[in-house]
Design a protein around this ligand. Structure first.
Ligand SMILES: [Zn+2]
Length: 254
């Protein structure tokens, strides 16, 4: 049984790192802008593609429209309680198995579920929402609930969201640390992402271990490049692996 086999690998691993992909947030009810239908409906509604709307250029030239989009399509999807798959990551971390989680998603789900060592490569909607002039930071709710463009109370200029916009540099320090985590890993858990996904391609080059465990529903080009592939939703596979891991550990105690 594959779950047993994966549990055995995790049990033997000394440093497991997870790349948490887009499918994990989609499973959790977030409509991803990379989804064709969502992208199309956004383009119909705003006359621009999600990429254009979410760009630094749009923020600086058409900030009203930027915030209409950012409030309605991004911030309104925020939720406090992430689902089963993120809770499973947090449990793996508590069990001492998972050492770090890397994500490009903006909703802070791994940390909200209880993961401690998380690298949000593109930032998240809660942190570092700041005034470009005085640097004062504002909570997500201040941006989400603003009736017009949210302005710095002191400088009266638009607040820049803490997330990385299209066309902006990603935080190099954060990227370097995440790459270091991957280079330390003996096992890499690629959950809710494809081998050919941008994130996987970004990090696989740093990985020096021998066990890439790939988990996503359906199938995709490149699946065969993983050492182990589970064609299943992360919210199904991860709890099943944890169950097996607990059985393994209980067996060892007796
Ligand atoms: Zn200010």
């Amino acid at each position: 049984m594959i779950y047993r086999q994966i549990a055995e690998i995790l049990q033997k691993s000394s440093y497991v790192v997870c790349l948490s992909g887009r499918e994990m947030i989609v499973e959790d009810g977030i409509s991803s802008m990379r989804n064709m239908e969502t992208a199309y409906s956004i383009e119909t509604k705003y006359d621009y593609s999600p990429e254009e709307l979410f760009s630094a250029q749009f923020f600086s030239t058409r900030v009203e429209k930027f915030y209409e989009f950012y409030q309605n399509e991004v911030l309104n999807q925020a939720k406090e309680d992430p689902g089963i798959s993120f809770q499973a990551l947090a449990e793996l971390e508590r069990m001492g198995v998972l050492k770090a989680t890397i994500s490009r998603q903006l909703f802070d789900f791994p940390k909200r579920a209880g993961c401690q060592n998380v690298y949000d490569l593109h930032g998240n909607i809660y942190e570092k929402n700041h005034c470009p002039r005085c640097g004062r930071e504002y909570p997500m709710e201040y941006l989400r609930d603003a009736k017009k463009v949210p302005l710095c109370e002191k400088c009266r200029i638009p607040i820049h969201p803490g997330v990385t916009l299209v066309g902006e540099m990603i935080n190099i320090g954060r990227m370097t640390k995440a790459a270091e985590e991957v280079s330390k890993a003996d096992t890499l858990l690629l959950a809710g992402a494809y081998m050919k996904s941008e994130m996987a391609q970004q990090f696989l080059k740093y990985y020096k271990g021998h066990s890439v465990i790939l988990i996503h529903s359906g199938s995709a080009r490149g699946d065969q490049d993983a050492d182990y592939f589970i064609s299943e939703q992360a919210k199904v596979a991860l709890p099943a692996i944890i169950e097996e891991l607990k059985l393994l550990r209980a067996g060892q105690d007796t």
